[in-house]
Ligand binder design. Structure first.
Ligand code: C2E
Ligand code: MG
Ligand code: MG
Length: 639
């Protein structure tokens, strides 16, 4: 009777699982159906029904003809190993490569089939199973063969698990071991102590465990698109890398997705993501798609050759060029694609993420290509950036790495050296002399620029105090600053303190800020800019003419000098009218002008004719070290 109770209990467990599975599937049709688990559930239900009939007839609750009763009993016994074989196959299918799986599978099914035929023939022969009046097996070797076969399957499963230990996804080891172990123990108990219930309860427990495991998997599914989410992606990456497998990863980032949501509404945005996910699932053969962020998807495929990648990319390009039809709306959007290969481009999970981010940010900053395969060139570029960042950090603690070069500025009419611009370089043991064009953007991005400006200012002030006489005819030395340096009054105060402490007159220092930075952060910079102006610091607008001009800011900002960018000067033949006009306007506004990047005699003539006050450029001198600059100054003083 306990056995029937256990079987009823099991039927309820399985029915509940089946019902829940059906309900979830109905609610979310995009969820991938777990077919293997479903099949097991159905097989187990069949087994339970047969078992119930068998035990009901043993207890004489129902009465069947003798032949049918014997058949049911023997089928019931044979379905033990069948059920265990199904588990074994589902474990093998996950752990073995396709070929060994098929060979081993055929072998196992063959063994079971022979055993089944032999057992069923016994219905007539009555040798393998000797049953008493109540259909209880009391002799024959069928019973022990059933148990041995089942135990052998379980042992085989454990051996496969042990061999393929590393292949098992993170966190699934326990589940993988417990299933065959529990089934095996149940079989042994079943045989030695005739504890039939344990097998029934054990199997239900295994199913329940498996279901809980599937539920956990469901947490790794993105509810909107039905594809695995970022957690699943990370688990997958870790698994691939641990296995040493090769894979090609496509990361697709929909640009300005916020704008799409904003313009067409969230519902359309959601529909777009769903339809995009559906499209992606067909893009790469054997590729598994993941939604790794709101507007970012990844497709992980077994390693593709370069030609295969190109084919995928071309197909994608054609598709994405066409407008997308979703929810009665036609949307055009832009997608950036980063392609990386594992483990060539990254051999740790976090590295993969960094590489993806780096490649996508490269795409965004370059704006030329929207599909980029991470390559050796990008790898070197990235390494260089990391090295530069390290050099920058080192330079802040080891100030001797900061090298200041001075470029003289000459008065157009008198030809005398009247001021200079201090330009920063970094001297790194490994990287050599680094130029600001390469490191300033990183310093700004990494929040290190403020420290560098302070170092520069201290150096220039010391230079000025140490050579008071040599500098007596010099108006000022200018230092380039970034928006960050002027972003708060506290920051400005620190710079002013450096000047005050050095004893240098504030007007001997000039700050240059590029037109683009100044206008971008106009509101933030305005107050500090004013404070410096009040203290008499000379302020200059750098790179004027590079396309950012905002007339209102130009008129309202209290700067003294405008530096005409090299690009304008080098094209002075064509820009002559413009330069002359600017010079007239700026003169009216009371600003002085410096022409940057003067390289030829011809340009000198143009600048002079346009009425520009000062000139700076390779024609006169490149930026030079301190002592060289002092020589230039001495030479000029002697003129
Ligand atoms: P900038 O302030 O416009 O400086 C002028 C740049 O043009 C310098 O490049 C200078 O060497 C170069 N130059 C001068 N005359 C000529 C010429 O005749 N022909 C050519 N082809 N180039 C000329 P450098 O030193 O590489 O600096 C590049 C930029 O880096 C600077 O442009 C400035 O924006 C920034 N920078 C330099 N030092 C610092 C610094 O200490 N702090 C900050 N925040 N930025 C700096
Ligand atoms: Mg400058
Ligand atoms: Mg400039």
């Amino acid at each position: 009777m306990e056995l029937i109770g256990a079987e009823f209990f099991s039927i309820i467990v399985v029915a509940a699982i089946l019902f829940d599975r059906w309900k979830v599937q109905k609610q979310n049709s995009s969820l991938p159906a777990d077919k293997a688990f479903f099949k097991l559930l159905v097989a187990y239900t069949g087994f339970l029904v047969i078992a119930l009939f068998n035990h009901a007839s043993i207890l004489q609750v129902v009465k069947f003809p003798l032949l049918l009763e014997r058949s049911i009993t023997i089928v019931h016994l044979v379905t033990f190993p069948l059920f265990i074989l199904l588990w074994l196959l589902s474990i093998e299918s996950q752990l073995l490569e396709r070929k060994p799986f098929v060979i081993l599978g055929i072998l196992q099914i063959g063994v079971l089939a022979v055993y089944a035929i032999y057992s069923l023939a016994d219905i007539l022969l009555g040798r393998a199973y000797i049953l008493d009046d109540t259909l209880k097996a009391i002799g024959g070797n069928g019973f022990i063969t059933t148990v041995l076969l089942s135990v052998a399957y379980c042992v085989l499963a454990l051996a496969i698990i042990a061999i393929s230990w590393k292949k098992i996804e993170m966190g699934n080891h326990l589940l993988f071991i417990i299933i065959p172990l529990l089934l095996m123990v149940s079989m042994v108990f079943f045989y030695l102590f005739e504890q039939h219930n344990l097998f029934t309860l054990g199997t239900s427990f295994v199913l329940l465990m498996n279901y809980l495991f599937l539920l956990r998997k469901r947490l790794e599914i993105d509810s909107l698109t039905g594809v695995p989410n970022q957690t699943a992606f990370m688990t997958r990456l870790e698994w691939i890398l641990r296995q040493g497998h090769e894979a090609t990863v496509f990361v697709l980032d929909i640009e300005n997705f916020r704008f799409i949501n904003h313009r067409y509404g969230i519902a359309v945005g959601d529909a777009l993501l769903q339809s995009f996910a559906t499209y992606l699932s067909t893009l790469v053969q054997d590729g598994v798609i993941y939604r790794v962020a709101g507007n970012r998807f990844a497709v992980v495929a077994p390693k593709l050759s370069h030609n295969e990648i190109v084919r995928v990319v071309n197909r994608f390009k054609v598709k994405i060029k066409q407008p997308w039809e979703v929810a009665d709306t036609t949307i055009s959007f832009h997608v950036n694609v980063a392609i990386i290969e594992l483990p060539d481009h990254a051999d740790a999970k976090d590295q993969v993420v960094d590489t993806i981010d780096f490649t996508l940010s490269e795409i965004k900053s370059r704006r030329r290509q929207s599909i980029v395969i991470y390559s050796k060139r990008l790898m070197l570029l990235r390494q260089r950036r990391l090295d530069i960042l390290t050099a920058l950090r080192n330079a802040i603690s080891n100030e001797s790495m900061v090298v200041v070069h001075y470029q003289p500025i000459y008065d157009t009419s008198s030809g005398h050296l009247v001021s200079a611009e201090a330009l920063m370089r970094l001297q790194d043991d490994q990287l050599g002399l680094l130029m600001p064009g390469e490191f300033i953007p990183f310093a700004e991005h990494a929040g290190l620029i403020v420290n560098l400006t302070e170092i520069m200012l201290r150096r220039v002030c010391t230079f000025l105090t140490n050579h008071k006489t040599a500098f007596r005819h010099l108006n000022h030395i200018s230092i380039n600053v970034s928006a960050e340096d002027f972003s708060s009054m506290e920051m400005s105060k620190r710079l002013l303190d450096i000047i005050d402490n050095s004893g240098v007159r504030a007007s001997r220092i000039s700050f240059e800020m590029t037109e683009s930075l100044l206008l971008e952060s106009y509101e933030t910079v305005k107050n500090s800019w004013g404070a410096f102006a009040q203290r008499g610091v000379t302020l200059a607008l750098d790179d004027f003419g590079t396309g950012y001009s905002n007339l209102e800011a130009l008129v309202n900002m209290p700067f003294d000098i405008v530096k005409i960018d090299r690009s304008v000067v080098s094209n002075s033949t064509n820009n002559f009218e413009l330069i002359t006009l600017i010079s007239v306007v700026l003169e009216r506004l009371g600003k002085r002008m410096i022409a940057e990047g003067v390289e030829t005699q011809e340009q000198v003539e143009f600048v002079r004719a346009a009425g520009i006050d000062c000139m700076q450029g390779y024609f006169f001198s490149k930026p030079v070290p301190e002592d060289h600059f002092l020589n230039l100054l001495r030479y000029d003083n002697a003129k």
